[in-house]
Design a protein around this ligand. Structure first.
Ligand code: SF4
Length: 387
């Protein structure tokens, strides 16, 4: 049976408060029966509180409504994020006086409060899950949707996968992209070619390996897989291979599985707010122009269905290429707009595929519009001939 995903579009028929996104979020919380489910629960609201001067994260107006719903239902809410994003979160409006509950670093101020979960994957043996996540009895995963240079996009999946792990595991997840070899030095005996390969990349994504001079290192985040470097590299010495990029997506699915395994069935809800979507993550500490039209607000008990539905709705709109930073490049127009933005191997659907294989949720969903748009009928205008 398909999973239900509740959806409120960012569009309005009328300029009335009840048709705006905070009101549609309220309707989704009702559909998810959040109030009825949180009595006496310690509710952790995992969100991205941004960094530095970012202003496109979830507006406190939305957070306050979720916090209030939890309090109305008899739950005890806290907001958490990684330590370097909660430090200074009040400067972006996330203060208890505004949102109605405290904001804490999920793994403690020094990222030393975590529980280890053994689950070998490539370079990762033990996953360090943030203590305040595992200590809570109910999870509200409240994510801001945006592009992401590591995996194409960030939403509910990434909010848990990376945001609920302590720093050492976050780093290891990114390092998993380097686990499968992509540089074969024996095929490039002339070391003077290295400089040409490095110079071929307009994004400084391929550099000399600091730890291993005379070899190459790929900054996967900066790479849009244009393959200019491959054209210069002697045959087969450098690979821009999907396996490296997909490792992060697979690691993300495992991380989500670990996070959700610490909550009893029915003790997690997932929300996506797809507004002011920027090319890169909220942790970059600034807000750039929106690169997609606002889509709306989404909610589900199924995290896989939620991100799948969010991507599908966004896919029906268009990348606003004129809003991209001039140093970015679109070299493919195949697949999802987030793929156009970050390259073909950063397919945003990949994490959902891995998540479904792990049994976290289903990509088969029913999208329920909680307030469908009205399209008023209008009498046709009389034709007035120009004189
Ligand atoms: S594929 Fe393109 S972006 Fe990536 S390292 Fe090579 S030249 Fe740079």
């Amino acid at each position: 049976m398909p999973s239900k995903v509740f959806f409120g579009t960012a569009r309005q028929a009328r300029l009335e408060a009840k048709e705006t996104l905070p009101a549609k979020l309220d309707l989704i919380l009702e559909q998810l029966h959040l109030r009825d489910r949180v009595n006496k629960e310690t509710v952790v609201i995992k969100m991205h509180t941004g960094n530095n001067m970012v202003y496109s994260t979830i507006h406190p107006v939305f957070v306050r409504r979720v916090v209030q719903a939890i309090k109305d239902g008899g739950g005890k809410p806290i907001v958490v994020d990684v330590n370097w994003d909660t430090a200074g979160a009040e400067q972006r409006g996330y203060a208890s006086e505004v949102i109605g509950c405290p904001v804490y670093p999920a793994a403690g101020p020094d990222e030393k409060y975590f529980y280890e979960h053994e689950r070998p994957y490539k370079n990762i043996q033990k996953w360090k899950l943030a203590g305040l996540i595992q200590d809570s009895s109910f999870l509200v995963n409240f994510a801001h949707v945006k592009g992401h240079p590591t995996c194409g996009f960030g939403a509910a999946f990434k909010n848990l996968a990376v945001g609920c792990m302590a720093g050492a595991t976050r780093g290891a997840m990114h390092d998993s992209m380097h686990y499968d070899p992509y540089w074969f030095p024996e095929k490039c005996p002339d070391k003077s070619v290295l400089a040409q390969i490095i110079a071929a990349c307009p994004f400084e994504a391929v550099v000399e390996d600091k730890k291993n001079p005379g070899n190459l290192h790929l900054h996967m985040e900066q790479c849009n897989q244009c393959e200019r470097c491959v054209r210069v590299a002697p045959g087969g010495s450098l690979k821009i291979d999907a396996v490296n990029f997909h490792s992060f997506q697979e690691a993300s699915a495992i991380a989500v599985d670990i996070v959700l395994s610490t909550f009893a069935p029915g003790k997690a809800v997932h929300l996506n707010l797809a507004t002011h979507m920027t090319p890169v993550c909220d942790c970059f500490g600034f807000t750039s122009m929106p690169i997609l039209p606002d889509a709306g607000v989404f909610g589900s008990d199924d995290i896989v269905a939620l991100d799948q539905a969010t991507l599908d709705v966004i896919a029906k709109t268009r990348l606003i290429e004129e809003n991209l930073p001039t140093t970015m490049e679109v070299h493919t127009r195949e697949g999802h707009p987030f793929r156009w933005l970050h390259g073909p191997h950063k397919d945003p659907y990949k994490a959902m595929e891995y998540g479904e294989k792990l049994g976290i949720g289903s990509r088969d969903y029913e999208l329920v519009d909680i307030l469908p748009l009205e399209f008023p009928e209008r009498a046709s205008m009389p034709y007035i001939a120009a004189h």
